[in-house]
Every structure is written in C-alpha cells, then in structure tokens.
Write a protein that binds this ligand. Structure first.
Ligand SMILES: [Ca+2]
Ligand SMILES: [Ca+2]
Ligand SMILES: [Ca+2]
Length: 250
C-alpha cells in the first residue's frame, strides 16, 4: 500500500553539531517537525514505515565517509567534491579526477560491491551512449529511452584501485529510472552495504520530488532491486536510533 506522504516545508532546527571522534558519524541533535518526514526500516526485504519514531528523540545522522586508504599503501585518500567534479587526493595531490563530461551528484567511500576493498561510489549524469553490443543485436535500442531530453543519462559508477591504478571497477548502464539522490549504508544490519535511492523519471524536471524510494544490493554483476516504495520524496538520510539503522525521508 502506498503511504500518504506529507509534502510540507521542512523546518530543521539545528541545535548543536559535534563531531564524534574516531568515526565519520556526526552526532546531530535535531528537532524535526514530525509531519514533514517519514522513517523507514528495511527488514526481510521490505520497506516498513514507522511514524513518530523520531519525535523528541536524539539520533545519529550518518554522514557519508570521505576518507579511506583505497590502494592499501597505509596512506589515506580523501574524496573531494567540488560542484559537479570529484577528485581523489593522497597527501594533498590529486591521484584521480572525474572526467570533464561527468556531472557528479554524490560521491561516497563504500564497499558496495562487497569485495572487502573500499571504493568510491558515484552517482552521476553523462551523455547517453547506447550499448556497444547494439550493433550486433537484432532488436537494438533497449535502453534508448534511458535519457533525458538533453541526451543525458544517469549512472552509478564505482571507482577503485585495481591493477595498479584508479579505474572504474564497475560502471552501470544508463539507469532505467534516474536517481535524484543516494546513500550507501548497511540498512538491514547484515554487515553488507546496500544502495538506498530516490528515483524519478527522465521526463520529470530535476527540481520536482522523487516518486519512489528504493533499496538495491550487489548481486555479483550489478544491482538487484530489493524493495521499492512509491511516494513523493525530496530528501533522503540515514540515521541510527536505538541501535538500528533507519531511512529518513521528507
Ligand atoms: Ca592510500
Ligand atoms: Ca569494494
Ligand atoms: Ca546490509
């Protein structure tokens, strides 16, 4: 059943921010107007809404990790996002930079492909390109519709250290439903990360709310959809409350 979503202005009163040492988690004390948000648990393959969970509560908002040793040389790299560009630096020197025709919307250190090695997960837009194999197919153009009016398509790409250089360790085809935002976190507490996303459609303009919330997991070759919930969503965050991970939307 599609839950009723309240689309009201968000009023967040940020009372205090303090950084918790030895982790990338910031402890945020927030007062949220309960009508503006929804909280979700992901368990047993289902997105379960739980209202009023945060009313009057203190919780940890999980912020994306931006520093890790990507190439196992005992020197941490830093992921830097500037506008729609992303760089990886080591000792202040740029060791990888996103191509000039990529528009990066999100960058985060993850182990989204569950190979025990960290990588940088990117959500980006770039010029649509058909599958190279299309020229051999009897019915080409299966992904032809996966682009906007300007000919740009939405992708998830993982950048990591492989065969002595930074490279795409996995690059997805144009997404059928473009993503407005993503967060990578272990939302079902099985010690493996999932991709949580807000989805839109190529014929909607970017400023309008997303129309579905979805959870994906790595299947060895790409990502499998675990759950999708229709609704209207403007923002997505992950938080920890009462030792459980929750998905926060508004
Ligand atoms: Ca390193
Ligand atoms: Ca990995
Ligand atoms: Ca998990």
């Amino acid at each position: 059943m599609v839950p009723k979503i309240h689309i009201l202005p968000l009023f967040i009163l940020l009372i205090l921010i303090s950084t918790v040492s030895s982790s990338d988690t910031r402890l945020l004390y927030l007062t949220l107007q309960p009508e503006t948000y929804k909280t979700w648990y992901f368990q047993s393959g289902e997105l379960l809404v739980e209202n009023n969970l945060l009313r009057g509560s203190q919780f940890n908002l999980i912020t994306p990790v931006s520093q890790v040793d990507l190439n196992a040389n005992s020197v941490p790299e830093t992921v830097i996002v500037q506008g729609e560009k992303t760089s990886i630096t080591e000792n202040g020197l740029i060791v990888w930079q996103s191509p000039s025709d990529w528009k990066i919307k999100h960058a985060q250190v993850t182990d989204l492909n569950h190979d025990q090695a960290p990588e940088v997960t990117l959500l980006l837009w770039r010029t649509y390109r058909p599958w190279p194999i299309d020229i051999f197919l009897i019915h080409p153009g299966k992904i032809q519709g996966y682009q906007d009016r300007e000919g740009n398509s939405c992708h998830i790409i993982l950048i990591g250290w492989k065969r002595d250089m930074y490279r795409e360790v996995w690059a997805g085809s144009p997404m059928q439903y473009p993503l407005l935002s993503i967060v990578v976190a272990d939302v079902d507490d099985d010690q493996q990360e999932e991709l949580v996303s807000l989805e839109t459609r190529y014929d909607r303009i970017a400023q309008t709310p997303a129309i579905s919330l979805s959870v994906w997991e790595w299947n060895g070759f790409g990502f499998s959809l675990l759950a999708r919930q229709d609704g209207l969503f403007s923002e997505l965050q992950i938080a920890r409350i009462n030792d459980r991970m929750i998905i926060l939307t508004w």
